[in-house]
Design a protein around this ligand. Structure first.
Ligand SMILES: *Cc1c(COP(=O)(O)O)cnc(C)c1O
Length: 486
């Protein structure tokens, strides 16, 4: 028998052609989603390991002891970075969201006595915690951050813990927050958690591979990791500032006992006994092997230098933004993330479109509660040498946005957006709304087809005017249609 086969070169060409439509993952001009060390040899090592281990299966560590060995080495590397005690344990997960989900699930299942469990989080906590609420039924009590510093308000969080005392199974805070790049007051929050005897998770998904080295240079404002009594778990993504290929994060617990409810086993079926520490069962060893290769390559000294580079780039960026008329920093960055707001003369959505036209991706963040819309900039080591060039493009984009004037959403549309209850909308109504927003058009046969407009600013401005529930519903409807194949 001959298996039919296609032309490998044609397949390679098509893969390359498809990638042409994506944001660049390397080169330092994409300031969200991707993290670039700028070191080609590390990238090559990561890719080789990813390919070599792509078909291995982390389902059973006794069948693939290589994966267990690499996981143990990564955890051993991370523990001293986070001042973890010797008995601390860790798990490699598929990403920040999985680490967060597991931290919440573990906290919930450690307290079977609590009927309606609650987690207390600052409003700046990553949406992965909202997902955990949705999946695991742990009610989220959200405490507004300080409107000026954008840091969690430890006293208000303490009050929220007291108010729900018997039901609180977890408190969480960020090091730093994604949206504003600020470090929450972990020592003060930990005092409250300790006093009530509840777990405290520090979400260092984005800061975990930066803060330990900034600390060496005395650049971290206060302790945030296991050095703080009361911190029980930490998440740190390797596919962010460890500059490894996608699909790897670490979840560390202070003691084996704290981790125990994270394990799942089932012998209650006719197949193999399922035994997992993660959400995935069968999981590729590729991302883990790639992370091991890249982290072993850079080592402590490499990350010290990469962190210094990214941090110096961030400072240069911050100074440039400070000098730019119409722009303000939404917060004083505590690591390598910058959030930028505009004055009335222009808007972040138009600026982000203009930047994209100049070859730079910056991520617009919509207004939330009393916090203004901002541009999110994640500064990788590879971006640092390009900061002057970035600032020139930013100045041109601001000039262009000011010349065009701040984008206006039709007041009637704005009023309608606030009045709509998304729960009452049917499919046809969503088609209409998506068309109105510029995210869909009519096909030749009159059917509605989704499109990605060239200019995202009008779409973003309209979504920005919509309350979060409508924004969510519209984007879900959009994604639903994007992924249909008929
Ligand atoms: C990125 C991030 C997450 C989620 O991680 P994913 O890898 O995207 O799943 C959670 N928390 C923070 C602070 C993050 O920056």
């Amino acid at each position: 028998m001959t298996v039919p086969h296609g032309d490998p070169d044609a397949i390679r060409a098509r893969l390359a052609q498809l990638r042409d439509g994506d944001l660049p993952t390397h080169g330092g001009r994409t300031l969200a989603y991707v993290y670039d060390s700028g070191i080609a040899e590390a990238d090559a090592l990561g890719r080789e390991a990813l390919a070599a281990y792509g078909a291995t299966n982390g389902l059973d560590p006794t069948a693939f002891p290589s994966l267990l060995a690499m996981e143990r080495e990564l955890v051993a590397f991370a523990k001293p970075l986070f001042h973890a005690p010797a008995e601390a344990v860790g798990t490699v997960t598929s990403g920040g969201t999985e680490s967060v989900l597991l931290a919440v699930q573990t906290a919930r299942d450690a307290r079977p006595d609590v009927e309606r469990p609650v987690m207390v989080v600052p409003s700046s906590i990553h949406a992965a915690f909202h997902k955990a609420e949705h999946y695991f039924g742990v009610e989220r009590v959200t405490v507004p951050v300080d409107p000026v510093t954008k840091r969690a308000d430890a006293n208000a969080m303490g009050a929220a813990i007291t108010a729900h005392a018997d039901r609180v199974v977890l408190v969480a805070a960020s090091a730093p927050s994604y949206a504003h790049g600020v470090l929450d007051p972990i020592p003060e929050i930990a005092e409250h958690a300790l006093r009530h005897g509840v777990r405290l998770h520090v979400d260092a998904c984005i800061g975990g591979w930066v803060l330990p080295w900034l600390e060496r240079d005395g650049l971290v404002r206060h302790q945030w990791d296991f050095a703080v009594d009361g911190v029980t778990s930490i998440s740190a993504d390797l596919h962010k500032y460890a500059y490894t290929p996608k699909g790897v994060s670490l979840l560390l617990h202070r003691t084996p006992e704290l981790r125990r409810p994270q394990f799942f086993a089932s012998a209650d079926w006719p197949g193999y006994t399922m035994l997992n520490a993660t959400l995935q069962s069968t999981k590729s060893g590729g991302p883990l092997a790639a992370a091991w290769a890249v982290i072993t390559y850079f080592g402590d000294a490499g990350y010290l230098e990469l962190t210094r580079t990214a941090h110096a780039g961030t400072r240069a960026l911050v100074e440039g933004i400070d000098r730019t008329e119409h722009l303000t920093l939404a917060s004083e960055p505590d690591s390598t993330l910058v959030a930028v707001a505009t004055d009335e003369a222009c808007d972040v959505f138009t600026i982000s479109d203009s930047m994209l036209a100049r070859g730079w991706f910056v991520q617009p963040q919509m207004a939330y509660a009393d916090l203004p819309a901002t541009l999110h900039l994640t500064v990788s080591a590879a971006t640092a040498p390009l900061v002057d060039e970035f600032l020139r493009a930013l100045q041109e984009s601001v000039d262009e946005a000011v010349a065009g004037g701040a984008i206006e959403v039709d007041p009637q549309l704005r009023a309608a957006a606030v009045a709509i209850d998304p729960a009452t909308l049917d499919d046809a109504a969503f088609d209409g709304l998506l068309t109105l927003a510029g995210l869909a058009g009519s096909g030749d046969d009159g059917s509605s087809t989704v499109t990605l407009p060239d200019q995202m600013a009008p779409v973003n401005a309209l979504l920005d005017a919509a309350p979060p529930a409508l924004r969510e519903a519209m984007l879900v409807a959009f994604l639903d249609r994007l992924t249909r194949t008929d």
